[in-house]
Design a protein around this ligand. Structure first.
Ligand SMILES: [Zn+2]
Length: 539
């Protein structure tokens, strides 16, 4: 069937239609142009707004400076003049001059030593309070967490030095809690704000990874698996001046512990010249330090919260310290200002990832009072020592031992809370009993434990561990977290009764009664397990 040629009316209609389509195309092009123009204007407005906020905020910061309590009549007049002024520079300069004056400084010695450089401002007058996605000039280095190729994964850049500021792909600062001391060192001009580390000869003493576990974005979410080898895998980026920092370091050490010397003397440990190197009980160990690097979507999933709530809580409860948690949802990595962890390896480190070798593990949470100062109210140091002895024995028998030490003082509640709890326990009516052991902590801290072991197994996966033969611990939280993360534990080993300090029975019985692993049962009536009172100590 043939199609008849179009008549005049159809032609006219087609002409009109073509005209309409052409108009639509023009409108579309115009619309795109307008949207693009609007985006440019928005970005300019954001930049300008940020500049204005900085200009408003800086004088406020200056006015609230720590020099205030040291004011004298002589400079009040000068100060009033500057507060009335809109000139940010002059106000800033005045602040610096005041700060540099020993009269107004809390520590004249520090100011005197930095007087020469006090004329040069450390920072520009423009404060970058926060950044926004798509902001002009902000081009974060792409980061694909969990990618097997470190180049595709991308280096973690958190530096705010000029060469790296616009490339930042992480919120927060390197060094965990020590980032604050770094800021202090810069403020008192002991440290150049633009200093970057010279990483020559800092490489790890042994090879760790890469392991398949590194390629799973959900398996490791609280540390950077490439954190110890950045000087190797990101050498090109480092050569370009991008400030990338190691978050893991691995070294070797001789370790001396009184209890280990005693263990050698009493024959519990033998000298083999390799791990126990002499009859003084000196141990040869490989040790590592790991700083926290959080992949926020992974952390949120691990704790079963949504990422927005997690970001908001981190922002709010650090005093609004990291606004980019809110303004930069595109940045998925956060370097939290918390303590990291240490690892101590007895025996060849490569055995850790070899399932044919026996592995003994102790995961220990920091307890300064007991671990370092020998306080006997808890079982921490005895447990740590027992873990070390068992790790050494396993290594001497052809396996490998591992101690992981987390900086989570006082169940991650801190030492002040811990000592408040001790007071409440010792002053309690009816004495310090196992019955009320957890209740006292809950009364003060609101929770009985904030260690939340959910991210603890990450370090084991980073080390390529596939199974644990002996786990020196009573903690169900630790056991459940490790087994739940896919690493089987073949045997759980509680601390032998003869290693318990006398005053720690309250803690042990309370823990056993609450479900901690033990070969023995807790007494039926927990109020019968009592700790000593202060009077016992005084006599
Ligand atoms: Zn302790």
């Amino acid at each position: 069937m043939s199609v008849p040629p179009p008549n005049d009316e159809t032609k006219a209609l087609l002409g009109q239609l073509l005209g309409l389509v052409s108009q639509l195309q023009t409108s579309q092009a115009e619309l795109t142009k307008q949207v693009s123009e609007y985006q440019k204007r928005t970005n300019r407005a954001l930049d300008s707004l940020q500049q204005r906020v900085a200009e408003v905020v800086l004088p406020i910061v200056t006015a609230e400076s720590p020099t205030r309590p040291y004011r004298t009549f002589a400079y009040d007049k000068d100060r009033e003049h500057n507060e009335d002024s809109d000139d940010v520079e002059s106000s800033t300069e005045s602040f610096k001059k005041r700060s540099a004056s020993p009269l107004h400084s809390p520590n004249p010695k520090i100011v005197a030593s930095s007087n020469n450089s006090a004329q040069q401002p450390i920072y520009t007058s423009r404060v970058v309070l926060t950044t926004y996605p798509g902001q002009a000039g902000i081009t974060p280095i792409p980061l694909i967490w969990g990618h097997s190729n470190p180049h595709t994964r991308g280096p973690i850049v958190a530096s705010r030095i000029p060469s790296s500021m616009k490339l930042r792909n992480a919120v927060g600062a390197h060094g965990g809690a020590y980032s604050i001391y770094r800021a202090l060192a810069i403020a008192i001009r002991e440290l150049d704000a633009a200093h970057t580390p010279n990483l020559h000869n800092t490489e790890p003493v042994c090879k760790i990874g890469p392991f398949p576990s590194w390629n799973d974005p959900e398996c490791i979410v609280s540390l950077d698996p490439w954190g110890h080898v950045i000087m190797d895998v990101y050498k090109d980026e480092l050569a370009k001046g991008i400030d990338i920092r190691p978050t893991i370091a691995i070294t070797k050490a001789h370790m001396k512990l009184l209890e280990v010397e005693e263990a050698v003397r009493k024959g519990r440990l033998v000298v083999d010249g390799k791990i126990v190197v002499n009859d003084l009980g000196d141990l040869m160990v490989t040790k590592g330090a790991v700083e926290p690097v959080w992949f926020l979507p992974g952390i949120a999933k691990r704790f079963q919260v949504d990422e927005t709530t997690l970001r908001r809580a981190l922002f709010e409860d650090t005093g609004g310290m990291y606004p980019e948690l809110i303004t930069r949802p595109d940045l998925k990595v956060f370097l939290p200002p918390i303590g990291g962890l240490s690892i101590y390896i007895m025996g060849p480190p490569e055995y850790l990832s070899d399932p044919s070798k026996v592995l003994t593990l102790r995961v220990h949470d920091e307890c300064n009072g007991s671990d370092v100062f020998g306080s006997d109210i808890c079982t921490c140091r005895p447990y740590l020592i027992y873990g070390i002895e068992e790790a050494v024995k396993t290594a001497q028998n052809g396996g490998v031992g591992l101690i992981v030490y987390f900086r989570k003082e006082g169940r991650a509640l801190g030492e002040v809370t811990k000592y408040l709890v001790y007071n409440a326990r010792k002053r309690a009516e009816g004495g310090d009993t196992a019955k009320n052991y957890f209740l006292r902590t809950e009364n003060i801290a609101g929770v009985k434990d904030m260690r939340f072991q959910a991210t603890m197994p990450d370090v084991l996966h980073w080390l390529g561990i596939k199974k644990i033969d002996r786990m020196i611990s009573m903690s169900n939280m630790k056991y459940d977290a490790i087994v739940g993360s896919g690493i089987p534990i073949l045997e759980r080993v509680p601390i032998p009764a003869d290693m318990l300090p006398p005053d720690s029975q309250v803690e042990i019985d309370a823990k056993i009664a609450s479900g901690y692993f033990s070969h023995s049962a807790a007494p039926a009536d927990l109020s019968t397990t009592k700790g000593r009172t202060w009077d016992d100590i005084n006599h």
